[in-house]
Design a protein around this ligand. Structure first.
Ligand code: ZN
Length: 199
């Protein structure tokens, strides 16, 4: 990274009014009339939708992962939450990419409430993403906050920027994985993970 890029300051956050005005500009640019009855409220609705799509910036992963349980009755095997519906937006086109995440970890004396894994996927999904970074960030947060003996994350998703534009491949799935700890060291652990995900 060059020094100038490193020192580059993030521009001040735009206001809601500016965001709505930007949508109005896009509507006008595609050749529509932003004052047409059906479109007058559209900028407000779009900005509201964006608030939902990108709600993940306001959440700290530490808040999701801070509460753990140590009373697990000696349980030491992997914990897997699979087929977690995920919906994110690619940072290159702001188009949705939609699919499933499978998240596993090997407890190191502590476990999480299962809903926390789903909330973690949601949180990082609701940001401008690449599927690769999303995969890495989910794993990284678990590694940092839970310190398990291993983490496996797999995401399978269809990217609307490929489905409805560009190469127009309707059913192509992008699969990303991240393995750490015992999953990285041990091929059998990875095989078991894939078998459970697909089983
Ligand atoms: Zn894209």
């Amino acid at each position: 990274m060059t020094a100038s890029k490193k020192n580059r300051k993030k521009p001040a956050r735009a206001s809601r009014a500016e965001a709505e005005e930007a949508i109005r500009t896009l509507i006008s640019w595609i050749g529509e009339d932003p004052d047409r009855e059906g479109l007058v409220e559209t900028p407000r609705r779009v900005v509201r939708s964006f608030e939902e799509y990108f709600a993940g910036y306001a959440i700290d992963p530490a808040d999701i992962l801070s509460r753990t349980f140590t009373d697990v009755g000696g349980y030491t095997d992997p914990v897997l939450l699979k087929d977690i519906e995920m919906e994110s937006r690619c940072e290159h086109h702001m188009a949705p990419f939609i699919g499933h995440a499978h998240v596993a970890y090997i407890p190191n004396g502590r476990v999480l409430g299962l809903s926390k894994l789903a909330r973690l996927v949601d949180m990082y999904s609701r940001r401008m993403q690449t599927q690769e970074r999303l995969t890495r960030e989910i794993a990284g947060a678990l590694e940092k906050h839970l310190k398990p003996k291993g983490v496996a994350v797999m995401i399978e998703a269809e990217h609307f920027c490929m489905k409805v534009r560009g190469v127009r491949k309707d059913h192509a799935q992008t699969v990303t994985t991240h393995f750490s700890g015992a999953y990285r060291k041990d091929a059998e652990m990875r095989t078991a993970f894939f078998a459970q995900v697909k089983g």
